[in-house]
Ligand binder design. Structure first.
Ligand code: SF4
Length: 234
């Protein structure tokens, strides 16, 4: 399955400005072409005990306010619910970074989560070619659950020009608008990495002018805000 493999002791960038640590989980049920966390995804990592995480949090009381659960895919960790309960009982807020592939675990965790960052890898038609997984339906179920439960969450996508077309992005915008999604949609340009799961070559950054022509029409009916490479565009 999955295990805890590392702790980043401090970040101000991963939990909406809250001083937080990151707990990393090894293993993933997707194989995204652009993934660069190879040792984590392929579970080639030393493992650390749950108690070590809790001891670490005890040593940071008053210094940290949040814990980010990241991977790999954290929801594959069988004791995630129990771990989240223990983290909450110590007074820390919890953010989950997930690919949305485990809606059942998400539903169980929901009362314990303060926010969620949900990866939207691709529309259904392109999902397999990017992730090498048949998990689009699970992603959709997770997305709809988060919307229904009104849990604070944001959707984000990595854009690589050889993997996602503007038409794919248009479909994704349409999907979000169709479901009434109102929170920001972050499109992050792929940043070149030394090693990735597949040899994907360079990406042309998202062209902020041309696609707006395409996207504007779609965004007309949408209520969400689109960010591209960190820049607010509408
Ligand atoms: S979901 Fe994709 S990008 Fe994220 S850890 Fe798994 S393989 Fe890597």
């Amino acid at each position: 399955m999955s295990s805890i493999c590392d702790i980043t002791p401090f970040t101000l960038q991963d939990f909406e400005g809250l001083p937080a640590c990151i707990v990393w989980f090894s293993g993933c049920n997707m194989r995204c072409a652009y993934c660069y966390n190879l040792s984590i995804v392929l579970d080639d990592h030393t493992h650390i005990e749950e108690q070590a995480v809790l001891d670490f949090l005890d040593s940071r009381r008053g210094l940290l306010e949040g814990v980010v659960l990241c991977g790999g895919e954290p929801t594959r960790y069988a004791r995630l619910y129990e771990l989240c309960r223990a983290i909450k009982s110590k007074g820390f807020a919890i953010k989950l970074d997930t690919n949305g592939s485990n809606p059942k675990m998400l539903q169980r965790l929901a009362p314990l989560l303060d926010c969620v960052a949900l990866d939207f890898k691709a529309p259904g038609s392109t999902f397999y070619s990017i992730t090498h997984s048949h998990l689009f339906k699970s992603f959709e179920e997770s997305f709809c659950f988060l919307l229904r439960r009104k849990i604070a969450f944001e959707v984000r996508t990595t854009y690589h020009s050889k993997l996602l077309s503007y038409d794919d992005l248009s479909q994704m915008c349409r999907f979000l608008a169709h479901h009434g999604y109102k929170a920001p949609f972050y499109i992050q340009n792929y940043r070149p990495q030394e090693f990735t799961l597949r040899d994907i070559g360079n990406s042309e950054p998202f062209d902020i002018r041309a696609p707006l022509k395409t996207l504007r029409a779609i965004l007309e009916g949408a209520i969400f805000t689109l960010f591209i490479g960190g820049a607010r565009t509408s």
